[in-house]
Design a protein around this ligand. Structure first.
Ligand SMILES: [Zn+2]
Ligand SMILES: [Zn+2]
Ligand SMILES: [Zn+2]
Length: 114
């Protein structure tokens, strides 16, 4: 099943920066969301055979920076001091979104509490 990766970078100041969207195509003809689906439209029973209706977003934090974002650096803010970082989440994201963290080999996270 196809999905969209929505990627983020977490900054030390608490800013969750939206860095991009990328569609991952499963390339199955039985998936309505796949690019591989279209040309079989006439030879199959789409209603019965195919799956996929809405493209699901997977929110993945690709990177954690042990540094404040540019905006905070200019303003002289430090760790967890990004405006509204703790209340709203960043970029207007709300608490219903499930974020997943990408493990980075060798990354030190001792001083980081998400
Ligand atoms: Zn698919
Ligand atoms: Zn179909
Ligand atoms: Zn910041």
């Amino acid at each position: 099943m196809c999905f969209t990766i929505v990627s983020y970078t977490d900054w030390w100041c608490g800013y969750r920066q939206h860095t991009g969207r990328h569609k991952v195509d499963c390339n199955k003809w039985g998936c309505r969301l796949s690019d591989a689906h279209g040309d079989r439209e006439d030879v199959h029973d789409c209603q019965a055979q195919c799956t996929g209706s809405t493209l699901e977003d997977q929110h993945i934090i690709m990177e954690r920076r042990h540094d404040v974002c540019g905006e905070c650096r200019e303003a002289g803010r430090g760790r967890r001091e990004h405006p509204s970082a703790s209340t709203n989440g960043a970029n207007g994201a709300n608490g219903h979104i499930k974020y997943r963290h990408l493990a980075i080999p060798g990354e030190r996270l001792d001083d980081f509490d998400p």
